[in-house]
Design a protein around this ligand. Sequence first.
Ligand SMILES: Cc1cc2nc3c(=O)[nH]c(=O)nc-3n(C[C@H](O)[C@H](O)[C@H](O)COP(=O)(O)OP(=O)(O)OC[C@H]3O[C@@H](n4cnc5c(N)ncnc54)[C@H](O)[C@@H]3O)c2cc1C
Length: 752
Amino acid sequence: MSTEAPTYRFARPSDKCVFDAAQWNMLIHILETYVPKLTPEETEELKKDYYEHVKVNPADEKALEAYAQESVVDVPEVLEDLDWIFQRNVPEDKVAEIKTVLNILDTRLGALAFTGSTIPMYEKTRHEREQIIQGWSVARMATLRKLFKAFQGMARLLWSRASPVYHRAAGFPGYPFTKESEEEYKKIKESAAALDANPEFKFEDLSQVAAAENGVIRLSTSILVIGSGCGGGVVAGHLSKALPHHQLMVVEKGFWYPIHKAPITERDGSKMMFEGNGTMQTNDGSLSVLAGSTWGGGSAINWGVSWQLPARTRKEWSEKFGLPFATSSDFQDCLDYVSQVGQVKSWDDLDHNPSNAAIVKGSHRLGEAYVSVPQNIAGSPDAHSKICGAFCSVSCKGAGLDTPSRGGKLGVAKTYLADARDNGAKFIQGFEVDKILFDNKGNVTGVEGLWRASPDEPAGTGKKVIISAKKVICSGGTMNTPAVLLRSGLRNWWIGRNVHMHPVVFCQSQWKEETRPWEGSIISVANTEHTNLDNDGHGAVIEGMLMLPGFGALTLPWNSGLEYKKVMLRYKHLTSHVIIARDRDSGRIMLDRSGKGRLDYTPSEFDRANLMEALISAMKINRAAGAETIFPPIYNAPIYTRRADKEEDQKHFDDTIAKIRRMGLTPDNTAYGSAHQMGSCRMGPTPRMGACNDKGKIWEKNGLYVADASLMPASSGVNPMITTQGLAEWVSRGIVADVLREEAGDGKSAKL
Ligand SMILES: Cc1cc2nc3c(=O)[nH]c(=O)nc-3n(C[C@H](O)[C@H](O)[C@H](O)COP(=O)(O)OP(=O)(O)OC[C@H]3O[C@@H](n4cnc5c(N)ncnc54)[C@H](O)[C@@H]3O)c2cc1C
């Protein structure tokens, strides 16, 4: 008997790869099936379909041939990212689950149970594998449906954002994407040396700081802010100005990317600027979670929608959650103040890109309510969008150089953190707070964490640092603040509970005319007709959606490799809308065995029903606006394609909707997302009703405050940046009052 190890078609990409040779080989065979190399007959069909649909500036034959020939495994970056994500981002127990599945698939009995045949997947032809995978998407066994969802997400996202062959064939230029943006980018590059010599922000370099004998670096400040996002940024700006006699320090686990070093590709942006390198998921895999993790937090990568908290929600917070400040003029003043700093203004109706214009046209035709969306853009929003387009999520290209006409998103690094800098605050990037420290009387004494010099060092590694402080403000965001507090030993019942996500689904459409969906502002208008479906403030809003290729790829239907490649090729004729539910129901963040926060959240039946109603409305809006084809976000759902005959068309549309209703939105049959996490340390009038009081002060300890989106007692119901900033302003005013009161008192606490 031979003892030689078998050689596999796909070799492990690195020594550190978490999978063994057999598991990796199996995994890649599965992923290859989703984005395959096409046969010559399929290639001809693909081309025919393409020329039928894409009449303006079609790609040349060579580009189409190359596209047809490429499979997901031909893109080295995909394999590299996959290896990297499993090593760095996927929790150990999830890796173990996937390994188990891959092992099972490699046994005759396991293959029989999962594929209906004893022959392992890697010995099957692509078409056989395709049939198996199609079966998984509608299988009775939930494990198989979950496998389908997880694997299709990996293959499609990693490929579509990284493949130059695909981008060329689909006509996606990447950044710079217009003549104007090219000119601006040239200017940025020319200024690189000056920007390096005189950086906007300077960070403490702890590699130069001597450690104590036990290897721990010790620093001190009087006020310490954890996190530099929408909450932390506002607090830092406010306190550094109002309490100039106290040293203020901001620690941020992410890194700063000045405009000339900011990522310009979707792939780099996700890896460099997002929490968990853009791979975060709920425990059950039902929902992908996006949050910023960089200097400026979410404000650096978000889409600029700047709505104030609606009156209805403020009333609810006041009356139902015992937070009367929510309807006070003092809180209104906080919302107005942060809106003014962000130079918030609305669009006029003329300059929307095709995706937003479709909402206007369709809503108008249906007699539904829609509004222009306010944004925190300096200068003219339209001028800005010609430079940035839909690239906000990989940092704002308009916000770097000070040319007023070009505009730029006013994230907190452009405003509050700049104020903090000017008022002498100190900043540390790459510093992840592990826990907050207290004395035996419950007074905060500082924080402990790890510092890494560069993003190349994996998160969770680095030098141990203790920073002493008399006041700590935790602004790590909804996903992180409860994890820090739980690791610090806090036990209030609400810490980690009440997590709201604004779960979203997507509706994509195809148009006769070119839409170039990467151009223009992502969200400049919204349909608000369905925001109160239960007469209790729950429903969903319909907005434009980011359409860089990865985002687009993830939400289009996958019925077969060929059909998927056909639709992806029509990319410059597509639009996407995001349907955002104000969720009534919530989830929970808990620590896993390694002390990391993990999110238990599944979109509830109630919230999914609201999403379904708004999804159907989004389809109606797109049809009324003239879309040729509409793709619902449900796997294996029927696709609406416009018919020439009006009556026949109506019947076809009604049938499509009826079938979609019957299928329903289930946790497994739809790719859900969330970019709005809220509520994991909610405020309340008593410790039984909240983790913090109505000024963000943690009930259990002294000198510790929360100031971020986790404070909200329920979903904001609108994109939550301005609410978060308004709350942070509110908390900051309270902290200043506390400090001044303490200073005016016996003087003990005055000397922070
Ligand atoms: C893609 C996307 C688009 C969005 N678009 C919009 C929009 O158009 N309009 C809108 O209103 N909202 C939008 N949002 C949501 C908005 O950005 C967030 O609601 C907001 O940023 C939340 O603010 P925060 O302070 O709670 O957290 P964040 O802004 O996320 O800041 C938290 C910061 O803390 C850091 N941190 C976390 N833990 C630690 C630790 N232990 N130690 C040190 N640092 C830590 C993180 O790295 C992060 O930088 C969007 C979000 C995303 C992801």
